[in-house]
Design a protein around this ligand. Structure first.
Ligand code: HEM
Length: 136
């Protein structure tokens, strides 16, 4: 029996693992080219950071809970304390996410309502993680 759309999780309705893989991979391609933002990421290889963000987003939207199993409670605010995030860095981060989301949305024919939900979540989460005022 085929599941009705309302029985599916947002994760499934978005396209499952391939949707999240495309989104986050495209995002990190942008980060890699963005010197000021890239400077925040401590590891030379962005691959592990890509995996963490992908697992987190999958879990948030009702997919596998691998993030929790490997990393524990997300505590995002605390985990971002080591990185100075001002409004400008937040906006750079969001610009690459906008690019990643549009890219994955096109490839997976994302429902516009889910697109809006995803985008609003990212904007509000990113605003909540700003932890530094711009330098004078
Ligand atoms: C506001 C702009 C943001 C900046 C500049 C930023 C930057 C960073 C940096 C530098 C890391 C460390 C890379 C790593 O080792 O994984 C990181 C980790 C992470 N970020 Fe962000 N981030 C931002 C917003 C967000 C938002 C809005 C979310 C969630 C919606 C998020 C989710 C994560 C996750 C899940 C990790 C890995 C945490 C862990 O398990 O260690 N970030 N971020």
């Amino acid at each position: 029996m085929t599941a009705q759309p309302e029985q599916l999780t947002p994760y499934e309705r978005m396209g499952g693992a391939p949707f999240f893989a495309d989104l986050v991979h495209r995002f990190y391609e942008g980060v890699a080219q963005d010197a000021p933002l890239r400077a925040l990421y401590p590891e030379e290889d962005l691959g592990p950071a890509e995996d963490r963000l992908r697992m987190f987003l999958e879990q948030y939207w009702g997919g596998p809970t691998t993030y929790q199993q490997r990393r524990g409670h997300p505590r995002l605010r605390m985990r971002h304390v080591p990185y100075l995030i001002d409004d400008a860095q937040r906006d750079r981060w969001l610009a690459h996410m906008a690019d990643g989301l549009s890219y994955a949305a096109q490839r997976h024919d994302l429902d516009p309502e889910l697109y809006d939900q995803f985008w609003h979540y990212l904007v509000s989460a990113a605003h909540a993680l700003v932890n530094s005022a711009p330098s004078p």
